[in-house]
Structures are given as structure tokens and as C-alpha cells.
Ligand binder design. Structure first.
Ligand code: NDP
Ligand code: A1CAB
Length: 254
């Protein structure tokens, strides 16, 4: 099966790296020089410069441009795709249906870990292609189907934007270790190992149980947790998801 990615940016490349292991991958973009650079990184892909009347008839398209570019790129597409997969944050199935012709439509929300085939991807759309959508996006990590676009917009906040939120935590933990006197290289190495080990633990344990198992009476963890609570970190994490979800809804209304 051939997949046609439209857009050659960060996410298109992340997806292509995983998908190329199983599928033929074509990337269509507006700048041939950028496309040639992408081909140097992923030699097995085909590249094609976006035409003013780009024929997508019968193709399985993964749409990878920024949400604000939907209208201008859609105006350059001709024919009816077989499936249109869209990774555009906030952009509704209704808006896609109005602007790009396709037999089936699926919204997809991957994350940056697609570049290492570890994305937590959410899918929703036409149920006729649910199984195929699963099969395709399991090549870039874990894929979960949800029944509503509201759920996909929430997933955008927690799994799409989530890696950036964790980056702030990782950086801050390392900064704390450096502030206490550990060198940066060792601090970063420890934080990397911390996330790796924690991800494994989280596969089979509730976070509250893991926390309780670390927190000794009158110990170091309890002292640290009390400081975290002073800063209302949990409350602000909840607010961050709320804000990111609201933004996805706002993008969808534009
Ligand atoms: N970054 C992330 O972690 C995630 C992003 N997403 C979604 O993925 C999509 C792409 O994001 P990302 O890859 O990060 O962004 P990038 O800016 O890296 O890539 C955007 C791509 O769109 C192309 N493009 C923009 N405007 C036009 C236009 N008018 N005509 C033709 N091509 C155009 C750009 O072309 P050019 O290179 O020539 O400028 C570029 O190839 C977004 O919709 C975002 O919501 C979803 C999940 C996670
Ligand atoms: O920030 C954004 O809008 C995109 C969508 C999810 C992750 N990045």
C-alpha cells in the first residue's frame, strides 16, 4: 500500500520514518530543495513537488500541514482521495469534508515520539476504515480509536502536546540537580534513566501506588512532594490540559 504525505515538516518526517518500514511512502511538498533534504534522511521515500492541480485521486493521503494552511493547500488538490488522514490539530472532520474530496476521512493525533516509533496516537472518523487506520498507525507506536472528535481534541492536549509538558518537567528536574551541585551531564543522564524506568513501571501500576512506594515516612520524597504541592503543580498540569484542549477547539472554529 502507498501512503501519500502532504507536507514535509517535522511530523511528516517523523511519520515517514516509521511508516516506510511497512508501506511505500510518497511525500509531497511545496519546496523541492526541502524535499531533497528529506530524501537524504529517508532515502526509501518518493518525493514530489506540490502542483497547482495536484491529483490525489484514489490515494491514501496523510495531511501534515499546519491547520492555517488547510484552505490554501486544499485549493490545489484535485480528484477524490480514497482515505484522507489528517493530523491537523483542532481541524474538524466537517471542515476537512468541505475542503478536500475523499471517500473516507480519519482524524489522527500522533506525537513527536512517532520519530522513534513510540507515538501515542489517537484516531477517529469513518468506522469503515477503523481497522486499516489502526494497522497503519500502529507502525509508529500505540494507536487508540475514540468515537468522538471531542475526545480527539482532549487527546491532542494530553498526548499531542504532552511531550512538551514532560520536557518542562525533565528540564526542571535536571536544573534542580545542577542547582544542588551535580554536573549537567550526570543530571541529564539520571533524568533520562528516570523517565525510561518510570515508563516501564507505569505500564502496570497506577501512579499513586508508585508514588506511595517511593515515599518513606519523614523521608526525602515526602519533603520534595510537599514543596511540589506548595507550587500547585498538579493543579497547573490539569489547567495546562484544559488550556491546550480549549486551544484545539478554538483552532477548529477558525
Ligand atoms: N509537532 C507536533 O508535535 C505535532 C504536530 N501535529 C500537527 O501536525 C501538523 C504539522 O506540524 P509540524 O510538522 O510540527 O509543522 P512543520 O512546520 O514542521 O511542517 C508544516 C508543513 O506544512 C507545509 N506548509 C505550510 N503551509 C503550506 C502551504 N501554504 N502550502 C504547502 N505547504 C505548506 C510546510 O512547508 P514548508 O516546509 O515548505 O514550509 C511544512 O512542510 C500541524 O497541523 C500540527 O497541528 C500533530 C501532532 C503533533
Ligand atoms: O502545538 C500544536 O498545535 C501541535 C498539536 C499537538 C502538538 N503540537
Amino acid at each position: 500500500m502507498k501512503l501519500t504525505l502532504i507536507g514535509n515538516g517535522f511530523m511528516a518526517q517523523a511519520l515517514a520514518k516509521g511508516l516506510i518500514k511497512k508501506f511505500e511512502v510518497e511525500i509531497i511538498g511545496r519546496d523541492i530543495n526541502k524535499l531533497k533534504k528529506v530524501k537524504e534522511l529517508i532515502p526509501a521515500i518518493e518525493i514530489k513537488e506540490l502542483e497547482d492541480a495536484e491529483d490525489i485521486n484514489g490515494k491514501n493521503v496523510i495531511f501534515c500541514v499546519k491547520p492555517y494552511a488547510l484552505q490554501s493547500v486544499a485549493a490545489r488538490l484535485e480528484g477524490e482521495a480514497n482515505i484522507l488522514f489528517s493530523i491537523l490539530a483542532g481541524t474538524s472532520l466537517e471542515s476537512l469534508r468541505k475542503q478536500i474530496k475523499s471517500k473516507y476521512y480519519v482524524r489522527v493525533m500522533p506525537n513527536v515520539a512517532a520519530s522513534v516509533s513510540k507515538s501515542a496516537t489517537t484516531l477517529t472518523g469513518d468506522k469503515e476504515v477503523k481497522k486499516l487506520a489502526h494497522e497503519i498507525f500502529e507502525y509508529i507506536g500505540k494507536a487508540v480509536w475514540v468515537d468522538t472528535e471531542k475526545e480527539l481534541d482532549i487527546a491532542t492536549a494530553v498526548a499531542g502536546s504532552g511531550p512538551a509538558f514532560l520536557c518542562l518537567i525533565a528540564e526542571a528536574l535536571s536544573d534542580g540537580a545542577v542547582k544542588a551541585g551535580l554536573n549537567r551531564k550526570i543530571s541529564n543522564e539520571l533524568v533520562q534513566g528516570l523517565f525510561e524506568g518510570y515508563a516501564k513501571l507505569l505500564e502496570n501500576n497506577h501512579p499513586a501506588i508508585i508514588k506511595d512506594s517511593v515515599m518513606s515516612p519523614g523521608g526525602t520524597t515526602a519533603a520534595g512532594v510537599a514543596k511540589i504541592e506548595e507550587g500547585a503543580v498538579r493543579s497547573h498540569m490539569i489547567k495546562a490540559i484544559e488550556a491546550a484542549h480549549n486551544k484545539a477547539v478554538e483552532i477548529g472554529k477558525k
